[in-house]
Design a protein around this ligand. Structure first.
Ligand SMILES: Cc1cc2nc3c(=O)[nH]c(=O)nc-3n(C[C@H](O)[C@H](O)[C@H](O)COP(=O)(O)OP(=O)(O)OC[C@H]3O[C@@H](n4cnc5c(N)ncnc54)[C@H](O)[C@@H]3O)c2cc1C
Length: 516
């Protein structure tokens, strides 16, 4: 227990701990419902959590999350808010993104490094960039057949089980439980889906959304990705025009909109160190980096919008479901590197620079081994190709193929000096851009030890995760809101948990106005 010392005591109805997407969305709902007596405590100097932004040479760039698909039919809360912001509007029964916020074409391209890594007819596709991640003409007949078979199985499973985004909109049942019990790799083996091109593509998708390989995520997660958030066309090929909302600073644009509306209720530089609930109220202890003092917030309700392992440290062993969940070693480390380039790179043959630029390989040319995810060109919304200085954002999900591999790279991420990691990033990118080293003016690294929960077998279906979505602690004064509760870290999940937790607070306060 922190010593009271000279701690200031302040009274407030609700404390929100954590200013990521979940905490901010909870705050929005409280405010809209007229519950203004709350504070949001955030340990960093800016809100946003994993969806924060950065600047290099005066140019905005993401520090973490960088896009949000245009919401589908189930994502009502997210869609309503985006509509309020003017980011999307309703047309002919579906949500359509405003041009100013949509990713422009070309959205994706892939580089095929050499003939040995080639999925298609030897030599034809190597050494060049190609538009889109996978398209039928680049594949052998057997690869094409397996892609189509995979998408057919996704559609069939979706009809039987149901998948939705946010995931809470598809009630969990025995079909999901069976998929949650095995790895995605196991499920693919069982279906006889062994095509190297297909496996590379699915592995890339898992590393991109879950931070780890298809050997680590559950079959539920692997299918969820394709059945809900990432559109596929009827014939089974990824719809290249699948609309995506994005900004030069990534999803920090979104979290800034949420944060700005909260004004003085947001306290940055406040690290929460302990939470104690009793029948009479909740005490939340925070340490202000600005005043160098503890503050004791006496409240009626608390929303813990922090990762579950942090929440566990705050409340101790008081909540058994939390203790059970927080002890699972299932978070992926990530490295996000922003590279300020003095001038544009010389491009290789083939498709021009896209928003997302990926390399078709199953190993990184650096000593890391785990392939990186490629890079995003933050100014993609400008129709002109970059001239002069610009920023590339390189993403490396390091959860790997096993818990041991993930642990190894987390330790290396924290231990190795920044120069070592910067050299690894340059080595990774130089394989496709040999002139990169000469053009880099500066590299800023963001290391995430526990970036996101990996939905490995048994994680999503855990009863403890379900329990934590209900009010906890004496008189139900503690409410959890974080993407960890879905074992699936994306904007829509975090946002929806914030909305749910805020409604629990409103209901406890006797405020029943329905806000989504
Ligand atoms: C590298 C990366 C790329 C991603 N890309 C995408 C993407 O493109 N699209 C997408 O939809 N999703 C993406 N995601 C996932 C998405 O960013 C997350 O799902 C979402 O931002 C999680 O929000 P959250 O509020 O649940 O958690 P967090 O972002 O973890 O927020 C928790 C907050 O709590 C604060 N906090 C922690 N401890 C304390 C404490 N003791 N006291 C006070 N405050 C505390 C943290 O500083 C943080 O601000 C990405 C994630 C990462 C890491």
């Amino acid at each position: 227990m922190p010593s009271l010392g000279e701690a200031q005591t302040r009274r407030v109805h609700t404390v929100i701990v954590g200013g990521g997407v979940a905490g901010l969305s909870a705050a929005r709902v409280l405010r809209q419902a007229g519950l203004d007596d709350f504070v949001l405590l955030e340990l960093e100097d800016q809100v946003g959590g994993n969806a924060r932004g950065h600047q290099m040479g005066g140019l905005p760039c993401p520090l973490g999350a960088h896009y949000l698909p245009v919401p589908g039919a189930h994502a009502q809360a997210v869609a309503q808010w985006l509509q309020e912001l003017g980011v999307i509007h309703h047309r002919h029964g579906r949500w359509v993104g405003d041009e100013r916020h949509l990713c422009h074409s070309p959205q994706e391209r892939v580089f095929v490094p050499d003939a040995s890594a080639n999925a298609g007819p030897a030599g034809v596709w190597s050494g060049q960039w190609h538009e889109g991640l996978m398209s039928p003409e680049r594949l052998s007949r057997e690869d094409q057949r397996q892609f189509e078979r995979f998408h057919q199985l996704v559609r069939q499973t979706a009809q039987v089980c149901g998948f939705a985004m946010p995931t809470s909109q598809a009630p969990w049942h025995a079909g999901h439980q069976a998929l949650d019990a095995i790895t995605f790799a196991h499920w693919l083996d069982r279906a006889g889906l062994t095509s190297r091109a297909l496996r590379w593509y699915l592995d890339y998708a898992c590393r991109d959304d879950y931070g780890a390989s298809l050997a680590r995520v559950s079959a539920w997660a692997g299918l969820q990705y394709f059945a809900s958030r990432h559109d596929v066309t009827q014939d089974g090929w990824q719809d290249e025009a699948s609309p995506v909302l994005t900004w030069p600073e990534g999803n920090a644009w979104l979290t800034r909109q949420l944060g700005q509306a909260l004004g003085e209720r947001v306290h940055n530089g406040h690290v929460t160190v302990q939470v104690q609930a009793s029948r009479h109220g909740v005490q939340v202890w925070s340490w202000s980096a600005h005043t160098q003092r503890h503050v004791c917030w006496e409240a009626q309700q608390v929303i813990l919008a922090v990762p579950l392992f942090v929440a566990q440290r705050l409340v101790g062993g008081a909540i058994s479901a939390l203790s059970a969940e927080a002890s699972r070693p299932h978070h992926a480390p990530w490295l996000v590197s922003n590279l300020l380039l003095r001038e544009p790179l010389l491009d290789r043959a083939g498709a021009p620079m896209a928003w997302d630029n990926v390399v078709f390989t199953s190993r990184s040319p650096s000593d890391v081994g785990i392939p990186a995810l490629g890079y995003v060109q933050a100014r993609h919304q400008s129709l002109a190709m970059p001239v002069g200085a610009h920023v590339l954002t390189h993403y490396w999900a390091l959860g790997g193929e096993s818990e041991q591999q993930g642990r190894h790279w987390r330790q290396a991420l924290m231990r190795d000096p920044w120069q070592t990691w910067a050299a690894r990033v340059v080595a990774d990118l130089s394989a496709v851009h040999p002139d990169l080293g000469d053009r880099v003016a500066r590299i800023d690294l963001m290391r995430y030890g526990h970036a996101m929960a990996i939905p490995g077998p048994g994680v999503r279906g855990s009863a403890a995760l379900v329990a934590l979505q209900r009010p906890q602690g004496p008189q139900g004064r503690i409410h959890f809101a974080h993407a960890d509760l879905s074992a699936y870290s994306v904007f829509e999940e975090a946002f929806t948990h914030g909305v749910r937790a805020a409604h629990q607070v409103l209901s406890a306060a006797g405020i029943s106005r329905r806000i989504i």
